[in-house]
Design a protein around this ligand. Structure first.
Ligand code: OGA
Ligand code: NI
Length: 370
C-alpha cells in the first residue's frame, strides 16, 4: 500500500501514528466532542453497504437455560440440554446461556468496573496504553490490529492474559482489579460447564476438553464502544470469527452485536444476566466441522451511552507432543474422514497476528479437498 495517497496528500500511516501516540483512544476522541471521525476509521463502501442488510426481524440467537444442569444428576434433562447446545453450536455457532449460576451482582460489578476503567480521563489510562503485550500480560489499547487492519474500528480495549501462566494481579489497573479476577473465575466455571456439554454433544467424555487444557490459556478483553458521531461510516468491530475454542461474552444493555446466520445479520439482543457463548475456529477444526465458528461484528455505537462488553477467549494452552493440532482422532472414521489437516502453533500464531481480524483464513488454509 502506498504510504502517501498521491492525489489527496493523505498520509494514513502518519495519522495512525499520531492517534496511537496520543493514547487517547476512541473514547478520548468521542469525549473531545468531535463531530466527524478521522479518515482512517472510515470503512470502504462494500463494508458499509453490507451494514444496511441487517435483519429487522425479531430472531435472536438460541437461549439455553442451564438451570437443572449445575449440581444436578437428572440425566434425562441433561441430555435435552446437550441436544440444545449441540444444535445451537452446529447451526448458529452462537447461543446465550441463562441461569448459569453466576450471581447477577458479579455480572453487574464486572460491567461496572470495566466501564469505570474506560471512563477515567485518558491521561490516567495512558500509563497502561501499549501494544507490545499482545501475547501475554496486560495491555490497554485502541484497536489491537490498528496497524494490520485495512480500516480502524470504533472501540478501545483492556486486555489481560489470565492463563496459562498466572497473571501478575498487581499489573491490572486497580479500578477493576478485583472484578477482573472474580470475573475470570466465574466465566471459567461457566466455560467448563459449556465445554462439558459440547463434548457430550460430540460423543466424547465430558471432561475431554478440560483434559486437553482448553480452559487454561484465557485472555480477558474489556471492550468499550463509545458514542460514535458518524456511525454510518465505520464499525464497532469488523466482521470476524474468533480464533480459539470458545468465547464467553458479557455485554451491557447497549445493543450492537450482530451474528451472521445464513445470509442475514441477526441482532443479538442483550438478555439481562445472560452470557453469550460462541464457537471459535479451533473448535470448528477439532470437531471436524461439526461445530461452526461464525462471523460476527459490532455496529458503531450511535447511542450516547457507551457499549461495554467483556469477552474471555479460551485458547490452546498445550500443543500435542509434536506441536500439532487437528480434528480429534476420536471423531474420525471412514464415513467421516478429516476435512482439515493438522496445523502447527507457528502457523496459528502467524496467521492470526499477520493481518487484521477480518479474514477466516486459517480454516480456509487447512481445509482438505476430499
Ligand atoms: C471480540 C468480539 C464482540 C463484542 O472481541 O472478538 O467479537 O460484543 N467482541 O464486543
Ligand atoms: Ni469476536
Amino acid at each position: 500500500m502506498a504510504a502517501m495517497d498521491a492525489t489527496s496528500g493523505y498520509d494514513r500511516m502518519k495519522e495512525l501514528k499520531e492517534f496511537d501516540g496520543s493514547k487517547m483512544g476512541v473514547k478520548g476522541l468521542s469525549d473531545s466532542g468531535i463531530t466527524s471521525i478521522p479518515r482512517f476509521f472510515v470503512h470502504p463502501p462494500e463494508t458499509l453497504s453490507d451494514f444496511k442488510n441487517s435483519s429487522s426481524t425479531c430472531t435472536n440467537i438460541p437461549i439455553i437455560d442451564l438451570s437443572g444442569i449445575i449440581n444436578s444428576k437428572d440425566n434425562d434433562h441433561r441430555l435435552k440440554i446437550v441436544e440444545q447446545v449441540k444444535e445451537a453450536a452446529k447451526t448458529w455457532g452462537f447461543f446465550q446461556v441463562i441461569n448459569h449460576g453466576v450471581p447477577i451482582s458479579v455480572i453487574d460489578e464486572t460491567i461496572h468496573a470495566i466501564k469505570a476503567f474506560h471512563d477515567q480521563p485518558h491521561e490516567v489510562k495512558a500509563k497502561y496504553y501499549k501494544r507490545e503485550n499482545e501475547l501475554g500480560g496486560v495491555m490497554y489499547t485502541s484497536n489491537n490490529d490498528l496497524y494490520r487492519a485495512k480500516s480502524a474500528a470504533w472501540h478501545d480495549s483492556l486486555q489481560a492474559w489470565m492463563g496459562p501462566e498466572p497473571l501478575k494481579v498487581a499489573d491490572l489497573p486497580e479500578i477493576c482489579r478485583n472484578e477482573v479476577v472474580a470475573w475470570d473465575k466465574s466465566a471459567t466455571e461457566v466455560a467448563e460447564t459449556v465445554m462439558e456439554l459440547l463434548c457430550e454433544g460430540l460423543g466424547l467424555e465430558a471432561g475431554k476438553f478440560k483434559e486437553l487444557t482448553f480452559l487454561d490459556a484465557r485472555v480477558l478483553v474489556g471492550h468499550c464502544y463509545p458514542y460514535c458521531p458518524q456511525p454510518d461510516l465505520t464499525v464497532g468491530i469488523t466482521s470476524h470469527t474468533d480464533p480459539g475454542v470458545i468465547t464467553v461474552l458479557l455485554q451491557n444493555h447497549v445493543p450492537g452485536l450482530q451474528v451472521k446466520h445464513g445470509d442475514e445479520w441477526v441482532n443479538v439482543k442483550p438478555v439481562p444476566g445472560g452470557l453469550i457463548i460462541n464457537a471459535g475456529d479451533f473448535l470448528q477444526i477439532i470437531s471436524n466441522g461439526e461445530y461452526k465458528s461464525i462471523q460476527h461484528r459490532v455496529l458503531a455505537n450511535s447511542s450516547k451511552e457507551a457499549r461495554i462488553s467483556i469477552v474471555i477467549f479460551f485458547n490452546l494452552a498445550k500443543w500435542k507432543g509434536d506441536g500439532y493440532h487437528g480434528p480429534l482422532p476420536e471423531l474420525l472414521s471412514s464415513e467421516k474422514p478429516a476435512i482439515y489437516r493438522n496445523f502447527s502453533r507457528q502457523e496459528f500464531v502467524e496467521n492470526f497476528y499477520s493481518k487484521g481480524i477480518d479474514t477466516k483464513s486459517l480454516i480456509e488454509k487447512i481445509k482438505l479437498q476430499n
